[in-house]
Design a protein around this ligand. Structure first.
Ligand code: PEP
Ligand code: MN
Length: 277
């Protein structure tokens, strides 16, 4: 068989790769929880969100400074000011931060502030950007394109790995299907398949998959049952007032209820896997 994924594939008995993000290790069995608002809005709210999320069990804080919005008239993020807020929030809370980079020209800037650089779904096919983050000295969270096959997703990871950056985390965030009740369809099978085909850690983003708050918890739990090494969930201190993606954002109390359930499912899953050898 032609070797398509020279660097992303998991060969027989190859150990899984764990990615270190500050004090957090992802890919070693312990469930990693990333949470935060869709976008960084201002310092006070961002800090309040991060403090609450840390207390409720989040390991990594998320928040967009550069936002890839469907409409050019929607809020585009605070840019550099958003990155400065994220870095200040990391210093105040100790939580590493993940944030998206949209443009090759901003990779250096984003790397100066972020602990993990995110490639969004819309940019999974942006090969110049993939190469650029492949040269960066930061872990990369690579979201699956909303219409990308599993193979295309792993080949996108291959672009990053081929430039010498071996710290790639795959993120399934839902794909576009004929369904309209949800924003996208979380491809739970792809989480399990990516975990088998690749040695890279795999996480799930149930928020962008669901597009609606009521489905975030069940999808997150399903993703963990299917083998996800972590989840990334949008949480806003006051979702009705969020500048973007409020409909799919949990409030901190709902997040607090979800975390112990996620941990129970991860424990059960790890126990079953150990028993099966
Ligand atoms: C995000 O996580 O902020 C985001 C824009 O997600 P996606 O790229 O999956 O749409
Ligand atoms: Mn969002």
């Amino acid at each position: 068989m032609e070797v398509k994924f020279r660097l992303a594939a998991r060969y027989n008995a190859q150990a899984l790769t764990a990615v270190q993000i500050g004090p957090v290790t992802i890919g070693r069995g312990d469930l990693v929880i990333m949470a935060g608002p869709c976008a960084v809005e201002d310092y006070d709210r961002t800090l309040a969100a991060a403090l609450a999320l840390k207390e409720y069990g989040a390991h990594i804080f998320r928040g967009g400074a550069f936002k890839p919005r469907t409409s050019p008239y929607s809020f585009q993020g605070l840019g550099k000011e958003g990155l400065e807020i994220l870095a200040a929030v990391r210093d105040a809370t100790g939580l590493p931060v993940v944030t998206e980079v949209l443009d090759t020209r901003d990779v250096e800037l984003v790397c100066r502030y972020a602990d993990v650089i995110q490639i969004g779904s819309r940019n999974m096919h942006n090969y110049a950007l993939l190469r650029e983050v492949g040269r960066a000295r930061k872990p990369v969270l690579l979201k699956r394109g909303l219409a990308a096959t599993l193979e295309e997703w792993l080949l996108a990871a291959e672009y990053v790995l081929a430039e010498g950056n071996d710290r790639v985390i795959l993120c399934e965030r839902g794909i576009r299907t004929f369904e309209t009740h949800t924003r996208n369809t979380l491809d739970v099978g792809a989480i399990a398949a990516a975990r088998n085909l690749s040695h890279l850690p795999v996480i799930a983003d149930p928020s962008h998959a669901a597009g609606r708050r009521d489905l975030v918890a069940p999808l997150a739990l399903a993703a963990v049952a299917a083998g996800a090494d972590g989840v990334m969930v949008e949480v806003h201190p006051c979702p009705e007032e969020a500048l973007c993606d409020g409909d799919q954002s949990l409030d901190p109390a709902a997040f607090a209820r979800l975390v112990p359930l996620l941990r129970q499912v991860a424990l059960a899953r790890n126990g079953l896997a150990a028993a099966a050898g």
